[in-house]
Design a protein around this ligand. Sequence first.
Ligand SMILES: NC(=O)N[C@@H](CC(=O)O)C(=O)O
Ligand SMILES: [Zn+2]
Ligand SMILES: [Zn+2]
Length: 429
Amino acid sequence: MSALLRGVLLYGEGEPVDVLVDDGVIARIGTDLDAGGAEVVDARGKVLLPGFVDLHTHLREPGREDTETIATGSAAAALGGYTAVFAMANTDPVADTQLVVEHVWRQGQAVGLVDVHPVGAVTVGLKGEKLAELGTMARSAAGVRVFSDDGHCVHDPLLMRRALEYSKALDAVIAQHAEEPELTVGAQANEGEVASRLGLAGWPAVAEEAIVARDCLLAKHTGGRLHVCHVSTTGTVDVLRWAKARGTGVSAEVTPHHLLLTDEVLASYDPVNKVNPPLRTSVDVQALRAALAEGIVDCVATDHAPHAPQDKDCEWSSARPGMLGLQTALSVVAHTMVATELLDWRGVARVMSERPAQIAGLPDQGRPLAEGEPANLALVDPDARWTVRGSEFASIAANTPFEGMELPARVVMTMLRGRITAHEGKVCG
Ligand SMILES: NC(=O)N[C@@H](CC(=O)O)C(=O)O
Ligand SMILES: [Zn+2]
Ligand SMILES: [Zn+2]
């Protein structure tokens, strides 16, 4: 299959060009290219970016197919401009064996809308007691390179040390959900003024920062590679800055919701806003945006976390934490980072595609927009404005905290190895 994108702006820069995609690669970039037999896409005024890579997605299969499957999550990813996602291990059964990671990998391949890379659990059953068979998962057909107990913190420092040592041997990365559990027992909201006013038990910033600091020390000591999931506080940014300055092998992600929302939205008591780590203050939001622009926080990851209505439409304290992200990520990043001039579109390519691909060691993702490169692409309409409706998403669940919000910019087309996977809001394939 071949396609000709007419009049597109590479990274939103310079003069419009035509991009001919053929045989899975960017075959030619030029002006007034001959379409030949290629399908012509009118891309005037649109911004072409490398396809997005999400290091943190919950697809819920196996186990909770009532909220998301690999097929529906892949569709949401394609519609959101993603060409690769990392499916977290907190499924049922947990992705802690060759059997489960290979199942997820094969199912993702069968659906074929996005490369679904299974994340392997660090510890057996996410229990934090003994290491899972990281080597077996790494050598499996799924080629696992990202390990995480996400949803849980690898709390035992000796286990974390061993995991980081393995990461070095396997050329992998350990993605930590940084939460000191002793400091967050019963926690419901960011510890501070809003939580006090609303009568919700506090989740203090230090519970995240203490683990990030410890893990950075362990990463430096072992020479292993650490990735910090969903950074949410100013203090974590300070720790990362210090750790990177002293040559620690650490990278970090921030979610779209932590770039936009604060704990003030909790006043509605609507559990759609309940998430782990919790929404923080506007001071934190500003610090996270600045850190992402500067590169102290490397990338954006969605932490796309579908939940069933019965787990969200209930009393705050019994609701599950988590929110959808795949179909709103680009627009929230445009709103918080591009409209504010903290990032240009080239910067968006860096934080949503290039850096995550590098962190996970994907050789054919996050590549430059140049002739001969694999055609993993996201086409964005920078002038679009649209209103978020969770019920219209490809996900089975609808728990978006952005419901009813008008957001700028929208993904209009996604290509995976030269094949159109989503176009104008419809999944292809
Ligand atoms: N982020 C969340 O609030 N929830 C995630 C788990 C996690 O990312 O810690 C989930 O699996 O639902
Ligand atoms: Zn987590
Ligand atoms: Zn998560």
